[in-house]
Design a protein around this ligand. Sequence first.
Ligand SMILES: [Zn+2]
Ligand SMILES: [Zn+2]
Length: 328
Amino acid sequence: MRAMIFEGVGRPLRAVEREIPSPGPGQLLLRVHACGVCRTDLHLLDGEVEIESPPRVLGHQIIATVEAAGEATETAVAPGDRVGVPWLGWSCGECSWCLSGRENLCPKARFTGCDIDGGMAEYAVADARFCFAIPPGYPDDQAAPLMCAGLIGYRALRMCGEAKRIGLYGFGASAHILAQVCSSQGREVYAFTRAGDDATQAFARELGAVWAGSSEQAPPQPLDAAIVFAPVGSLVPLALAAVAPAGTVVCGGIHMSDIPSFPYSALWQERVLRSVANLTRADGREFLALAPQVPVKTRVSSYPLQDANEALADLRAGRFTGAAVIVP
Ligand SMILES: [Zn+2]
Ligand SMILES: [Zn+2]
């Protein structure tokens, strides 16, 4: 099969021919139809999130069909069924985190496209227990961004509670999905982008944002919550300044540049600053049930497998709105 592999920090992915992997006990062999590109992939390439044992196939937003199941695999899916594979590829099921509904924090967790080979390839294997059924109405490429941008974004939104006015800092793959969810729930979205990024601000308004502006601007009225998707620590004090007393600021990414110091008064009056990490399978089931009801429509730019480096470069440079998807 063809695959794009990560070999080391700062190096582009390399196209290789590999044996089709065989599924072990509990695993499915999957034929990949689409794999979303995520900002986390840039953090992996740059070494900000470590890949312990390269070479590694990146890609953790996989839409695939089942080809075969390994020995002793208990699964409700059959060959030909469509499944999705998210970032959380395995958790131990035994630790206090796993046993308390927080498998996203399992210290032994293994992540797709980081600890386990991912979806930037023609085939992949995945633990059957960590695969999701995909809502039938979505074409493969449009379903792919739901798998991380959508469902980790949704977890971040849940951390905002009942907030009515929500600020989204960084209007990329996650925010373009969340804006639609928020609007359908009667919330108001305030979209913050890089200064002068008129195209993205227009895109945000098109998706229901009631206001769009640059991150340095104050919103027209105080927000109830904000989610910072851009990996830029200096946005955190700005987001805290934009939320009302008791407002929550959620950092939605896996890595962020350092947060500059800020006066305690920015946090005072019961403002909350927190991160969101990974996902649980419950998040995935909940979000994938919700997405077709909204209905969430994703905007995707598709790239053939051999152009994965170009997709990553375009993501880094902000050359598309919405999400990038690799189609093997
Ligand atoms: Zn991701
Ligand atoms: Zn665990």
